[in-house]
Design a protein around this ligand. Structure first.
Ligand code: C2E
Ligand code: CA
Ligand code: CA
Ligand code: CA
Length: 286
């Protein structure tokens, strides 16, 4: 029996073991990393499809890990969610991103050719459930002086499926203050479209899979019909439509023709440091 146990151990997937060890190491390192300031934010421009102008940016967090190098959020956000560290980490991201947006606004005050850029910040489901969400957000906005209308909080569609009033109330309060709420990864969650009406959202962010469907020209007619349908429903509910993952001009042009309002993706710019974003918006190089 003993050797059978040993054999079973040998059959284990060494890569899975390594991943588990790494995961454990990263999880335990998270709180200290936050204290040591190892996280940083990259900004990816949001562009008007109509005139190609940059009007804002999404804040995307990264971890500059002393051994593993720069880690993307997929490596640690799920772990931070699991341990609850997402609450202080998310608060830090919000504070930092809002502070950055405020500095863009100050630059816009000094230089009329620089637009006052808006800032999008991701909220995870745990943050959504955290009772301090509204107070923290109000606090961050007040201390920075950024107008609430310049902030957009992105919540995934799946986090809001079946959401009851208790979960929606903080979002409703934020929306009433003027903060925009975007439904992220829209179209992947099989939510009831009629339900959209009762959510306090003002933006739909179409999932990247729709953008990928626009790579051929002309795109598959069914794909076109679906995007067309979502855009017309969104507009009839007075929601703006943002498309993500735009990698080519063909995609951008087809999505523009289908009536999408704003776009984000490598075609315009990869996520990067905040100063570069400001230069982009000034040059309107895209
Ligand atoms: P997301 O909110 O859907 O963000 C868009 C992701 O698509 C980002 O990945 C971005 O870098 C990537 N992307 C942008 N343009 C393109 C493109 O043209 N092609 C392709 N293939 N990808 C593109 P990233 O930065 O790795 O972030 C992954 C996810 O991590 C985000 O997905 C978001 O759900 C989460 N995340 C990032 N920052 C935060 C944060 O501060 N808080 C929370 N809770 N989640 C975050
Ligand atoms: Ca997002
Ligand atoms: Ca998304
Ligand atoms: Ca996504």
């Amino acid at each position: 029996a003993k050797s059978a146990g040993g054999n079973r151990f040998e059959l284990a997937d060494p890569e899975a073991d390594a991943r588990a060890i790494t995961r454990h190491g990263l999880t335990t390192a998270l709180p200290a990393a936050l204290e040591r300031g190892e996280f940083f934010i990259e900004y990816q421009p949001l562009v008007h499809l109509g005139d190609g102008r940059v009007h804002g940016a999404e804040a995307l967090v990264r971890w500059s890990h002393p051994q593993h190098g720069v880690l993307g959020p997929d490596h640690f956000i799920p772990l931070a969610e699991h341990t609850g560290l997402i609450v202080p980490l998310g608060r830090w991201v919000l504070q930092e991103a809002v502070r950055q947006a405020r500095s863009w606004h100050e630059q816009a005050d000094r230089d009329r050719s620089a637009p006052p850029l808006r800032i999008n910040v991701n909220l995870s489901p745990t943050q959504l459930h955290h009772p301090g969400l509204v107070a923290d957000t109000v606090d961050v906005l007040e201390r920075s002086g950024l107008p609430p209308g310049a902030l957009c909080l992105e919540v995934t569609e799946s986090a809001l499926i079946g959401a009851d009033e208790d979960l929606l109330k903080p979002l409703r309060q934020l929306a009433e203050m003027g903060v925009d709420i975007a439904l992220d990864d829209f179209g992947t969650g099989y939510s009831n479209l009629a339900n959209l009406r009762r959510l306090p959202v003002s933006v739909l962010k179409l999932d990247r899979s729709f953008t990928q469907g626009m790579q051929q020209h002309p795109a598959d007619p069914v794909d076109r019909k679906i995007v067309e349908g979502i855009v017309s429903l969104a507009h009839s509910l007075e929601l703006a439509v943002t498309v993500e993952g735009v990698e080519t001009g063909v995609q951008a042009e087809q999505l523009r023709q289908l009536g999408c309002d704003t776009a984000q993706g490598w075609y315009y710019a990869r996520p990067g440091p905040p100063d570069r974003l400001h230069t982009l918006s000034l040059a309107d190089a895209v």
